[in-house]
Design a protein around this ligand. Structure first.
Ligand code: PGA
Length: 259
């Protein structure tokens, strides 16, 4: 494992493969709940977190971790799609993670993507999160177009939970998971970049060669709305990036300030 650390800035840990990423991210979750059993946590959807979910489910089965008291905030979902819809990201998270890791379903806070009044519902989501003291640990993934949650290119660092239009690239990515013939929605509700930046700790998990160029842009180009994940660097030493060797293959180690 290569660790590049600097106390005043974000940390990058390069591990050999996706399984090692899942193990290390699980260790961070374990440390968080050891200190605060009712920690407020978010996890991403997608392929990247699967090794983390496997590891946490296994530790939970073996009685090594207790996630029953955490408050889990979902990051995003498609507008008009309810959690019981087969295409729901919240529904996907329920079967891939929540049900297997011993998380109390009453402690799951989905984004209000099926609300009739999305403006008030997204404000209420922010209020619920704030009432619990904000995120203690935000685990997030990196989209192929640089999105974080569904903060698509153009998203600003101070954006809050809101409705966004999905790019063609994100809709193509979603197609891999889409279960039936209704068209993939053109919009989603996503937690904001600013909402994520308020977290006490942020862990960005990235694996695979296909993400190498976007990870380089995220970490080594100037922070910008063109690559919304780059805003995470504003969290400085509250951000830890965990990546496998393949995704790290284009990193030069050069650090660029955000100004
Ligand atoms: P992926 O998605 O893990 O399936 O690549 C990441 C994301 O879009 O956040």
């Amino acid at each position: 494992m290569r660790i590049i650390t600097a106390s005043s800035t974000w940390n990058l840990t390069v591990v050999p493969n996706a399984f090692a990423m899942g193990g290390l991210a699980a260790d961070i979750v374990a440390d968080t709940v050891r200190v605060k059993p009712n920690a407020v946590v978010s996890v991403p959807t997608g392929t990247t977190p699967l090794t983390l979910f496997e590891e946490l489910a296994a530790r939970s089965r073996r009685g090594e971790i207790d996630l029953s008291r955490i408050e889990l905030f979902c990051l995003d979902d498609y507008v008009g799609v309810t959690a019981d819809d087969p295409n729901s990201l919240t529904g996907w998270l329920k079967s891939a993670f929540i049900d297997r890791a011993g998380i109390d379903p009453d402690h799951v806070h989905s984004v209000p993507a099926a609300a009739t009044d999305l403006a008030s519902a997204t404000l209420a989501y922010e209020r619920d999160l704030a009432a619990l003291g904000g995120l203690d640990l935000a685990i997030v993934g990196l989209g192929p177009n640089g999105h974080v949650a569904y903060n698509e290119p153009g998203s600003l660092a101070d954006s809050r939970t809101r409705v966004v239009s999905l790019t063609a690239e994100s809709r193509a990515q979603a197609a891999a998971y889409w279960r039936h013939s209704v068209p993939i929605p053109r919009s989603a509700v996503t937690i904001g970049v600013g909402t994520l930046l308020d977290a006490k700790q942020i862990v960005l998990v990235v694996t695979g060669e296909s993400k190498a160029e976007m990870l380089r842009r995220t970490l080594e180009e100037r922070t910008s709305a063109d690559v919304p994940a780059s805003w995470l660097r504003l969290a400085k030493n509250r951000l830890m990036v965990i990546t496998d060797e393949a995704a790290a293959s284009r990193l030069s180690g050069r650090r660029v300030s955000h100004s």
